[in-house]
Design a protein around this ligand. Structure first.
Ligand SMILES: Cc1cc2nc3c(=O)[nH]c(=O)nc-3n(C[C@H](O)[C@H](O)[C@H](O)COP(=O)(O)OP(=O)(O)OC[C@H]3O[C@@H](n4cnc5c(N)ncnc54)[C@H](O)[C@@H]3O)c2cc1C
Length: 473
């Protein structure tokens, strides 16, 4: 553990970095072996900025590139003593840019070690690790971890908000595998939180969201053995009748399907009256049974084949399927909703009608299965309250050209309006939405009061602050 006294002494062990400007201002900053400062005026400053939503990109006046927990301690103490507001950044995939800032970004992307312990089956993961490389590293040991579906997403943001993906119905959320989290507190102290040490902080770090209570530098997860799996990827262009039927059937089927199956459905309008419907997911059960389930679900006359379902060992599939790791460079509009019941037939028809009322490709609809093992945990057992959700619907519209803003905004707002009365009112904190009137209730439900008390205890000066922090709710 590092006390403040030691942190302040770190300047004595200063190491110069080629990235660090040599201005007078810069010399007042702490220097430690694994801390590099990147200034706005530096030639390479731009390269650290890109995140998932271009709308929020900012080149901060200074970025603390931290390679270990001591560097993070030094950066936060400097931020406190100089009264500098800041954002925390790991994988950069926050939809609302909470990891971007004009003044200071404390950046943990370089804390990127992955250490698997064969004796316990646990893996210790640095906060800067992205999930694609993590899945592939675990695959080398024949292990898997339940988590998100997009390889470029950072483990830090994903875990602190909850973390669901293609194994959720089987294994639960990423936080349900979390044994401990290593944190740097607002005063620079380093602690490990788990069920015995600082259990309130540990509770808050499982669903409370990133950038709220402390800076995570590492996570320890239990992993599961890799086994036989079936990777589902079915993409079909459908007419309106079949698209509506497929959506209606899928959302009724998903929560009754065996737990070893987790799927997601994407629907987007393509062409004058066509729909592109993609079903993707993972199953750990028997292949014949899965083929029958999918054939019935999709009302196919012939049984699906290898073109749609690839079978193999889950470790080999993790290497082969290699979740996408590119960062788009567009502005993004987004809303999302939790559902704890399937939509009725009329509701599905209304949704399809609204999609059809707007131009082709105006907005994509991602419907992501939940339920199963995720629902085995009580809503108050971790800070993630949406344990009864059976799926979430995530709307996204990418604005590549300025001319797209008006039609795509109209499309996504119309979809949002039609879904709002059907859904629970809950929203996944990792799908943040700046338009929410009461984000505190939407993200944390009945857990909000406890989170606010934990926030007051561990961050009394409200150092960790962003547009939708627990303190502002
Ligand atoms: C393309 C895409 C696909 C996605 N797919 C999934 C999915 O399948 N499942 C799922 O559950 N979620 C998914 N998400 C949501 C994702 O979990 C969140 O966007 C997550 O917050 C990203 O984490 P990050 O580290 O990449 O992002 P960042 O933008 O770096 O951080 C996210 C938040 O955490 C804070 N933070 C960053 N680093 C730290 C730290 N070290 N300590 C404390 N706080 C920190 C930031 O300030 C910010 O508030 C997806 C997002 C995108 C863009």
């Amino acid at each position: 553990m590092t006390g403040r006294r030691r942190v302040l002494g770190m300047g004595l062990a200063a190491l110069a970095s080629p990235l660090v400007a040599t201005s007078g201002r810069a010399q007042q900053l702490p220097r430690t072996a694994n801390l590099d400062w990147v200034f706005r005026s530096d030639a390479g400053a731009q390269e650290f900025v890109p995140g998932y939503n271009k709308q929020f990109w900012r080149v901060p006046e200074r970025r603390a590139l931290c390679g270990d927990a001591d560097a993070v301690s030094a950066a936060i103490v400097w931020a406190r003593d100089s009264d500098t507001n800041f954002a925390l950044r790991s994988g950069g995939h926050c939809f609302m840019g909470f990891s971007q800032h004009d003044n200071l970004v404390i950046d943990t992307r370089r804390i990127d070690s992955i250490r698997y312990d064969p004796a316990s089956g646990d893996v210790h993961v640095g906060a800067g690790v992205r999930i694609g490389p993590l899945y592939r590293a675990l695959a080398e040991h024949g292990r898997v971890l339940t988590g998100g579906t997009f390889g470029n997403v950072g483990i830090a943001g994903l875990t602190l908000g909850g973390g669901f993906g293609y194994r959720t119905r089987r294994d639960g959320l990423t936080i349900d595998q979390l044994r401990s989290v290593d944190l740097v507190l607002a005063d620079g102290r380093q602690v490990r939180a788990d069920t015995r040490n600082h259990p309130d902080l540990f509770w808050a770090c499982r669903g409370g969201g990133g950038g709220q209570f402390a800076i995570a530098t590492g996570f320890t997860f239990r992993t599961a053995p890799a086994g036989p799996e079936h990777w589902i990827r079915i993409v079909e262009v459908m007419d309106i009748r079949r698209a509506a039927e497929t959506l209606f059937l899928w959302q009724r089927w998903t929560n009754q399907s065996p737990r070893h199956i987790t799927t997601q459905m994407q629907i987007a309008r393509r062409g004058a009256s066509g729909f592109l419907v993609a079903l993707s997911g993972l199953s750990g059960g028997d292949r014949g049974g899965l083929m029958q389930e999918l054939t019935a679900l999709l009302r196919r006359s012939e049984v699906l084949n290898d073109a749609y379902v690839v079978s193999g060992d889950s470790a080999a599939l993790a290497r082969q399927m290699n979740p996408g790791e590119s960062v788009p460079k567009t502005d993004l509009l987004t809303h999302s909703h939790m559902f704890n019941r399937p939509m009725e037939g009329d509701e599905v028809k209304e949704l399809i009608r609204v999609i059809l009322a707007h131009p082709s490709s105006a907005a994509d609809i991602n419907i992501e299965a939940m339920g199963g093992a995720m629902a085995d945990v009580a809503p108050g057992a971790t800070a993630f309250p949406h344990r009864d959700a059976i799926f979430t619907i995530h709307l996204q519209a990418a604005i590549a050209e300025p001319g797209e803003l008006v039609p795509k905004s109209a499309a996504i707002e119309a979809l949002n309006a039609v879904l709002t009365p059907m859904a629970t009112g809950g929203v996944y904190v990792n799908y943040p939405d700046l338009s929410l009137a009461d984000y505190g209730r939407a993200y944390w439900g009945d857990n909000l009061g406890r989170l606010q008390a934990i926030k007051r205890k561990w961050d009394p000066g409200n150092m960790f602050d962003h547009a939708q922090s627990v303190a502002r709710a």
